[in-house]
Design a protein around this ligand. Structure first.
Ligand code: BES
Ligand code: ZN
Ligand code: ZN
Length: 495
């Protein structure tokens, strides 16, 4: 799909469709929409009068052969109340329009921004919405449809200089294409994405993007004494990998911050000896979503070039039962030297992250963000609406939350008070890998990670319920969402 600025006035631009949006207000047909209404002899206004064009959020009205417009169709998308409108809405509107038109075989359209929200930030959000909406999960379907949007041109945007808009378009492309790169990885079934295959894909991405990469194999992992990761991996015939990807700015500041991005990549989580029920187990192919998120963020950062160093550390393994698998009650020694009583082998994400977080600090990371499909409990707390965001110190978490707002991703701050730390104390070892009390499962999991982040500024994102959606949305296919990448990239660029 090509995205470019439309050089002609929107009314004379020839495409399969012209897309714009309508607010839920009495004087709907002002500005450009007023022009269109007049060219169409007031037909839009009469449709509004009859209630067919209400402006209700994401309402779709498709008209054919609109008078006075060179494009063959006019698609009006509801934009809701004008007061609350933001670039986040443009992302959804553009994405919804794309999916609607694509399903009807349309191949090109002009997207017309309305007066008001039409600067570079709006252009970037529109591009992000278009590219993310274009993603499908039908790679392995022989009957997949060949429907393709070949080109979208943007009209009505105004950044003062066209150069600003061009830069915003490139920025949006880098981010959304990286989101789709991560979504492709998340979609892959575990027989087509083992830890070794994930490492190979990361290597290919890093070489293409000009990033540094190092893959730690099982020998190196043993040498480094990553006992918590090894404990999880030992049940599988597939060896683990730790993927380390590096971005260096052109002029690194000596003693400057180094951001560590740690992502859980369990390429399949059976639960291990604490085995999961068969129902829905196939979903556990996406238990590498945190790792994919960080690889996607690195891919975008390689293009957007932040001024700080960034290192991604992605521990990759399967979690399998087997003759050599670790068992409930086993004690493992993490790389940091802390001893862990493994109460439940299905709480494996925190184990592999323990060593990865510690290793990232060893590599010199001064600030950390981790992302993981860590707990079912986060779905109980926040459903599939918000990502659970934990972190210390609070100011560091708050800075990160500012980026989530800028990126239009819903995340909610979760508590991490000391009382929860009590719940992961063990009689046998330093800590246990599940909470002892009832409830607070996402918080005790976060506390487990904090035991390895210690005082290094750290944010933990539990994406278990947001990294994958079982139902499609008008602007996004069902399946992997690519959530958190936009926020992490925004944060790294502002750091
Ligand atoms: N990968 C799961 C968490 C998960 C659940 C991700 C549902 C996506 C959807 C994780 O490894 C896990 O099994 N966690 C357990 C922890 C428990 C044993 C303390 C859980 O949440 O049930
Ligand atoms: Zn598990
Ligand atoms: Zn898991």
């Amino acid at each position: 799909m090509q995205i470019r600025l439309e050089p002609k006035p929107y009314a004379t631009a020839e495409a399969d469709a012209l897309v714009t949006y309508v607010f839920e207000k009495d004087d709907k047909f002002d500005g450009a929409l007023g022009e269109i209404n007049r060219a169409m002899d007031g037909r839009l206004a009469s449709l509004a009068q009859g209630g067919e064009i209400s402006g209700r959020s994401l309402e779709l009205v498709l008209l054919h052969f609109p008078k006075g417009i060179a494009s063959q169709r006019l698609l009006l998308v509801g934009a809701g109340k004008p007061g609350k409108f933001s670039p986040a809405d443009l992302r959804k509107i553009a994405g919804t329009a794309l999916r609607h038109l694509k399903s009807r075989g349309v191949r090109s359209f002009v997207f017309l921004a309305r007066e008001g929200e039409h600067g570079p930030a709006a252009a970037q959000a529109t591009v992000e919405g278009l590219i993310a909406a274009d993603f499908e999960s039908d790679k392995y379907r022989s009957d997949r449809k060949n429907r393709e949007i070949q080109s979208v041109s943007l009209a009505g945007f105004n950044g003062g200089l066209d150069a600003n808009l061009e830069a915003a378009i490139q920025h949006g492309k880098a981010i959304a294409e990286s989101q789709n790169f991560a979504r492709d990885l998340i979609n892959e079934p575990s027989n087509r994405l083992t830890p070794r295959m994930l490492a190979a894909k990361a290597e290919e991405m890093a070489r293409g993007a000009g990033l540094g990469i190092e893959i730690l194999d099982e020998r190196k992992i043993a040498e480094l004494k990553m006992g918590a990761l090894i404990g999880v991996a030992q049940g599988s015939v597939e060896p683990p990998r730790v993927i380390v990807v590096r971005y260096e700015p052109q002029m690194p500041k000596p003693g400057g911050p180094v951001l560590g991005l740690i992502g859980k990549a369990v390429t399949f989580d059976t639960g291990g000896i604490s085995i999961k029920p068969a129902n829905n187990m196939e979903k556990m192919k996406y238990d590498m979503g945190g790792g994919a998120t960080m690889l996607g963020a690195m891919r975008a950062l390689a293009e957007l070039k932040p001024s700080i160093s960034v290192v991604a550390v992605v521990p990759a393994t399967e979690n399998m039962p087997g003759g050599r698998a670790q068992k409930p009650g086993d004690v493992q020694v993490a790389m940091s030297g802390k001893t862990i009583e493994v109460i439940n082998t299905d709480a494996e994400g925190r184990l592999i992250l323990a060593d990865a977080i510690f290793y990232a600090r060893k590599l010199g990371c001064t600030h950390l963000i981790d992302a993981a499909t860590l707990t079912g409990a986060i779905e109980v707390a926040l459903a599939n609406v918000h990502v659970g965001a934990f972190g210390t110190p609070r100011e560091y978490l708050d800075k990160f939350l500012d980026s989530t707002k800028a990126a239009g991703e819903k995340m909610w701050p979760m508590p991490i008070d000391d009382e929860y730390q009590e719940m992961i104390k063990s009689h046998i070892a330093d800590i246990r890998n599940t909470g002892s009390g009832k409830g607070g499962g996402a918080i005790t999991a976060a506390w487990f990670l904090k035991e390895f982040a210690e005082d290094t500024p750290w944010v933990h994102l539990d994406i278990a319920s947001t990294c994958w959606v079982d139902e499609g949305r008008p602007w996004l296919a069902k399946g992997p969402t690519g959530v958190a990448i936009r926020s992490i990239v925004d944060f790294a660029l502002k750091m």
